[in-house]
Design a protein around this ligand. Structure first.
Ligand code: NDP
Length: 404
């Protein structure tokens, strides 16, 4: 019996809200609030028409801690799911502290003026959450999120010690545009155009943006160019996975996406500082977001599959072991179910499951937690029930799916 307050009304929110409504035995009341109320109303109408479930909607400024706290108290929310933007993580965590309700998000804090993300400022609130007697669950999307849970499941059930992890994120969907991003363009382009980074033998190694590429054979999708990026789940996994010697993250990109991104970067369109234009100040990457297709509008036109998973190598019963745990998702099936494409779906479903773990007390604690700090099993069971089934391939310890 929980009243969930969901903040943000983009593609990820749409899926998380639909999935909460499909689990109304847990989420007995749902309030969806965002900057643009009409987007909340549109999602509410979709849910009423499809599922017959009523949800409440409201306009809210997630940058305003006082306003959110007052609103959450007024409606009697039991937990808050942040699926707005990473810029709002700290204000929304503070709002939860003021009201004394659990906090869940899908992406770690970023300051709008610096293209840099890390857990430091969110982890720094650990004592505040401990003292308030409530949990904050960080990064309950797919990556971060399910990838952390895959690693935790391997650590808890499949290995005595884990030594190497490669996280492999493939979106083989085609939306038919020469260039568009699958989730918020500003956040996506800041991430992809940054330096790459991976962790080996206790230190971080920095690479130039997209410097390292391999051709990886993704089950049920095929061979795709996969580029090494820095990704936020590595920051917590190096702390929480015992015996780890190396962790890397790879994501696939098509040539058209990369060509457009490099061109936009070369002409200054990815700049995040203000520039003077015809007597007014604009931030180029924000202007670019206005020109690009809204990721939420890609749903009806995207075909193909995603495959996101982890290849994990370590020791079991004194012998080397290697497993590949992954999920495959179909863009058109996701759209038929929720009105959103697979990138929103693979994020929104785990956002709901993380909220469900907290609401039902299957995951409980006081303080700030990353996903791998809890028992992976109940979350893995829900993935199978809620539309993101996973598979495990037992690999030969020396086998690689890299195609030369
Ligand atoms: P969108 O840009 O589509 O949606 C963001 C929503 O937040 C919009 O409705 C927006 O309002 C709202 N919003 C922004 N600022 C405020 C504010 N100050 N107050 C209230 N509402 C606000 O993003 P996505 O749905 O694609 O992504 C949502 C989150 O999911 C992001 O944090 C993203 O980084 C994360 N993500 C995580 C992934 C993972 O696997 N872990 C993968 C993909 C995304 P408006 O409609 O007015 O613009």
């Amino acid at each position: 019996m929980s009243h969930i307050l969901i903040i943000g009304a983009g593609g990820v929110s749409r899926v998380a809200t639909v999935k909460c409504a499909m689990n109304s035995q847990v989420f007995t009341k749902i309030t969806l609030a965002s900057r643009t109320k009409s987007k909340c109303d549109e999602i509410a109408k979709f849910i009423k028409d499809r599922l017959g479930v009523e949800i409440a909607t409201a306009k809210i400024d997630a940058d305003d801690t006082e306003a959110v706290a007052k609103f959450a108290k007024k409606i009697g929310a039991d937990l808050l799911l942040n699926v707005a933007l990473p810029y709002q993580d700290l204000t929304l965590m503070d709002a939860c502290l003021k009201v004394g309700i659990p906090y869940i998000d899908t992406a770690n804090y970023e300051h709008p003026d610096t293209a840099h993300f890390e857990y430091k400022l969110q982890w720094a609130k650990n004592d505040d959450f401990k003292n308030a007697g409530i949990p904050a669950l960080l990064g309950s999307g797919f990556d971060p999120g399910v990838t952390n849970v895959f690693c935790a499941y391997a650590q808890q059930n499949l290995f005595d010690e884990i030594n190497e992890i490669d996280i492999l994120d493939c979106n083989a969907g085609d939306h038919g545009y020469a260039f568009a991003t699958n989730f918020n363009p500003e956040i996506n382009l800041r991430e992809v155009s940054a330096n790459g980074r991976y962790w080996e033998n206790g230190s971080w190694i920095t690479t130039k943006p997209l410097e390292i590429m391999m051709k990886w054979d993704y089950p049920k999708v095929g061979v795709k160019d996969s580029y090494l990026l820095y990704h936020e789940e590595m920051e917590s996994l190096v702390k929480n996975i015992k015996g780890l010697k190396r962790i890397r993250f790879f994501m696939t990109f098509g040539q058209s996406y990369l060509m457009h991104m490099r061109c936009l970067e070369n002409v200054g369109m990815l700049r995040i500082d203000e520039v003077e234009h015809n007597g007014m100040k604009i931030v180029p990457i924000q202007f670019l977001k206005t020109l690009l297709p809204d990721p939420a509008s890609l749903g009806p036109r995207t075909k193909g599959k995603t495959n996101i998973g982890c290849v994990i190598k370590g020791i079991k019963d004194g012998k080397p072991r290697k497993v590949y745990i992954y999920n495959v998702c179909d863009h058109e099936e996701c759209y038929a179910e929720t009105g959103a494409q697979a990138v929103s779906y693979t994020t929104g479903v785990p956002a709901m499951i993380g909220s469900m773990m907290i609401a039902t007390g299957k995951w409980s604690g006081k303080g700030v937690f990353n996903m791998e700090e809890f028992d992976a099993k109940p979350f893995m069971d829900e993935l199978n029930k809620q539309g993101l089934p996973w598979e495990i391939i037992e690999m030969d310890p020396d086998e690689s799916r890299v195609v030369e």
